[in-house]
Design a binder for this molecule. Structure first.
Ligand code: NYM
Ligand code: MG
Length: 211
């Protein structure tokens, strides 16, 4: 791992609107850390490979209809079904770079009008990230980036509301990076944030989301 002291891995989460550049930056960060010889895996939520993930994927593709609270709980269940594996990877010294996490869960559901407290409740007890990097891009700018992929939620007005809810979730683990800067500049900032986080969290205990 990063410091070679046999400490735990870091839980690093990237958040942001659709088309904010998260997936590209996750891939770049992952190969950078792996190139440094740091044990790192790239994860993403929703994890569409599980049976719960397949239900989520069908919903996002508008192939199925689900009640707003039902889909919220499925997104949460999709994190819960991965919790123990995440924990063992982290304790074994592997850093996880995760594309979306509980903050997406809360921000997107709250943007539909669900109560924030109700949205947060099922996330309590999941692993708390050591670092949340929010890629800040204006909803209008994000929409210009090659357009949306046709999934549910990919509309500018809705994304504006999501952005507002993300804003209200910011806490001390968050670092906001200007996602409208050139890709290489963003990449450089992420590298530095990640390297600092990895070395700082080696001796820190893994905690749970408390909300
Ligand atoms: N999304 C993602 C949620 O609504 N709740 C969640 O808990 C998570 C993890 O799913 N528009 C939304 C955000 C995205 C969509 O994500 C699919 P992606 O990163 O495009 O696969
Ligand atoms: Mg998407």
């Amino acid at each position: 791992n990063g410091g070679g002291k046999g400490g735990r891995g870091a839980l690093i989460v990237l958040e942001g609107l659709d088309r904010s550049g998260k997936s590209s930056q996750c891939a770049r960060l992952l190969s950078f850390l792996q190139g440094k010889g740091c044990a790192t895996e790239g994860w993403r939520f929703p994890d569409r490979d599980t049976s719960v993930g397949k239900m989520i994927s069908a919903y996002l593709a508008n192939e199925s209809q689900l009640d707003d609270r039902t889909i919220h709980l499925l997104f949460s269940a999709n994190r819960w079904e991965k919790r123990s594996l995440m924990e063992s990877k982290l304790l074994g010294g592997t850093t996880l770079v995760v594309d979306r996490y509980s903050y997406s869960g809360v921000a997107f559901s709250a943007a539909k009008g669900l109560d924030i407290g109700w949205c947060k409740a099922p996330e309590v007890g999941l692993l708390a990230p050591d670092l949340v990097i929010y890629l800040d891009v204006q909803p209008e700018k994000a929409a210009e980036r090659g357009g949306y992929g046709g999934e549910r939620y990919e509309r500018v007005e809705f994304q504006k509301s999501v952005a507002g809810h993300y804003h209200s979730l910011r806490d001390s683990t968050w670092k906001v990076v200007d996602g409208s800067l050139p890709m290489e500049t963003v990449e450089e900032q992420l590298r530095e944030l990640a390297m600092n986080c990895i070395s700082e969290c080696q001796d820190k205990q893994l905690t749970n989301l408390a909300w």
